[in-house]
Structure formats: C-alpha cells, structure tokens
Ligand binder design. Structure first.
Ligand code: GDP
Length: 316
C-alpha cells in the first residue's frame, strides 16, 4: 500500500495538503506537524496553531481568507476578555475556543498530545493521520534586538518587526518524536516537505532527535516544495528568519537548508534560472507552477510532487 509522509507547518503546508488529499487516498497519508509554535498556557489554554490550521483545512472548515481559524467564526469571547482588560493579541474565535478547551481538558486528564490531536481531527472528519512532531513542549524562541521572545509573540504580537539574530528550539534535545512518527517515516514510500517556513516550521520537526536521522536512513525519496518564490516568501517572515540564520532568501537557500536529505526540490517557474545552483547541491530541481491560488493549482502541484518522487531514485 502506498504510504506518504508529509512534514508540515501551518498555512503554506495546509494549502498544499488540501490538494494532496484530493490526488491520493487520504488514509495513506501521515502528516507530521510542527509544534514549536505551541503555547502551553495562553489564558489557561494549550494552543497548537499549526496542528489546528492543518486540521481545520483538511476538515474543510478553515477560514479561507485568513488561512487559520474557523470559517464564519465570531470573536465575542475575545471582546469580553478585552473589556475585562486582558491583552488579546492572539485572536481566538468562539468556535475555535471549543477546540482549545477540548485539547486542554484532554491534556489535563492525562492524554498525550498525539491522542488529543487524533481525537479532534477524527471528530472533525479528517481522514488522514495528523501527528504532532513531539508530545513535549518545545517552544521556538526568537533572539531579537528587543530580547528573547516566543515565536507567536514575534509573529503575531510584534508583527515580525524585530531584527532576527537567532532562532532557538527550546528543550528540543530532550524531546522525542511522538508515537508513530518514526514508524511512519520508516514505512513511507514517499516523503514530502511541504512549502512551509524552512526555519521555524520544518526546522523544529527536523530538530526533534531521531526524525531527520530516520529520513536520511530510509530509501524513500524525499521531495520538497520551495516556499520562496522569486526571492520572497508568498506570506510570512521566512525571508527575515532565513536571513537571520545566514541563508540566501531564495529557492537555492531552501535547497541549502534541506540538502542533507532532500532528493528533489520543486521550484516555481519564476525560479527556473536557479535550477543549476540547486543541482550543484545534489538536489534535483523540478520546475512547476507553485503558487497555490486555486484548488486546481493545489491539486496539480501535489501531482507534480508525487510524480517527482516516483521518478527519483533515492540518494545512496
Ligand atoms: P505558518 O506556520 O502558518 O507560517 O505556515 P507554513 O510555515 O506552513 O507556511 C508559511 C510558508 O508558506 C511561507 O514561507 C510562504 O512563502 C509559503 N507559502 C504560502 N502560500 C504558498 C504558495 O501558494 N506557494 C508556495 N510555494 N509557498 C507558499
């Protein structure tokens, strides 16, 4: 049976996965999601932003304009919090709050994060398997010119305005992959790196001890999609974070970050002139339309990625 593993962040990954589940049986897909963005105690709640974006998208209930939250959600609870004098910099919709309350209650009764994730996603009708990369809390913190701040604070509260000096994956060395992660990688026929932020979405997944090593060991081909098109991210601060970590902001920079284990990088047509520099890094470049503005484009990109994995012979 064909099995596919996808490494995913939030919005960019979810857009891609929406197409992928339409061109392969979703039951054969395992999505390993970044939890470096998680907030363990925000207003008393455990919030897992990337897991929720992927879950809501694959359940068909995501707000399509924002790419996060639930379509048609209201924000009345947040308004009350505001009136009561709380700093409501992280928007939580009323329906969305239901998810956070449920997850927090499950964790408080002793369930591991992966079980809570599975129960929520199955209840919402998601047919593929969504696994958080780890069950330990491993917050991504950004070293900025104003100090060390949690990634969500950097992104949402401070709107990515601060100069990035470094990125830290707190407690990652003592974390272990969630149950099922290594098994899924070991039995996968294809491994996909979604078009996600390579530093703060895919970076933490690869930093969980054992995950990158498992990907490097298996024979399954690994294909990525560049989130950088024409030297810029489609959305979000990937440019600032790549720069902060000393990488070129381009599809070449993405190939440089993944070159240890990546066989193929799907790059946008705009970036065709970069193909030779990518291939110098022993990563094959496949050129395609990678801007996922419609469902048809998402589907086509997913098909291109699956085909690229078929044609690819694994790195020896
Ligand atoms: P986040 O955690 O919500 O920021 O989500 P991700 O890390 O999964 O996605 C952010 C990345 O997705 C950004 O670097 C974007 O450039 C990329 N992205 C968003 N939409 C598209 C798209 O249509 N095509 C490509 N190639 N990348 C995209």
């Amino acid at each position: 049976m064909l099995s596919v593993v996808a490494l995913a962040g939030g919005v960019g990954a979810a857009r891609f996965l929406e197409g992928l589940v339409q061109v392969m049986p979703p039951e054969q897909l395992t999505v390993i999601v970044n939890t470096g963005d998680d907030m363990a105690n925000f207003m008393g709640l455990y919030i897992s932003p990337d897991v929720d974006i992927v879950t809501y998208t694959l359940a068909g209930i995501v707000d399509p304009k924002k790419g996060w939250g639930i379509k048609g959600d209201t924000f009345q609870a947040l308004e009350v919090l505001n009136q009561l004098g709380f700093d409501t910099w992280f928007a939580l919709g009323d329906q969305d709050l239901g998810t956070h309350l449920a997850r927090t209650a499950m964790l408080q009764q002793g369930w591991p994060l992966s079980k809570a994730t599975q129960v929520i996603s199955k209840s919402l009708g998601v047919r593929c398997r969504i696994i958080p990369m780890t069950e330990q809390w491993v917050p991504t913190r950004i070293v900025t010119d104003v100090g060390l701040i949690h990634f969500e604070e950097y992104l949402v509260k401070r709107k990515a305005q601060d100069a990035v000096e470094d990125v830290i994956f707190d407690c990652i060395d003592s974390a272990s992959p969630s149950p099922g992660v290594i098994e899924a990688i070991k039995t996968a026929e294809k491994i996909i790196v979604c078009p996600s932020n390579p530093i703060v979405s895919i970076g933490p997944i690869l930093a969980v001890p054992g995950i990158k090593e498992a990907i490097m060991e298996v024979a399954a081909p690994c294909v990525g999609v560049s989130p950088i098109i024409g030297g810029k991210p489609v959305k979000g601060p990937a440019d600032k974070l790549m720069e902060g970590k000393g990488f070129e902001v381009s599809a070449v920079g993405v190939a440089e970050i993944y070159k240890e284990f990546l066989d193929v990088l799907v790059i946008d047509k705009t970036d065709q002139p970069l193909a030779a520099r990518i291939e110098e890094r022993d990563v094959k470049a496949v050129v395609a339309q990678t801007l996922m503005t419609t469902l048809t484009r998402k589907r086509r990109l997913a098909q291109t990625v699956l085909k690229a994995a078929e044609r690819q012979r694994p790195k020896s």
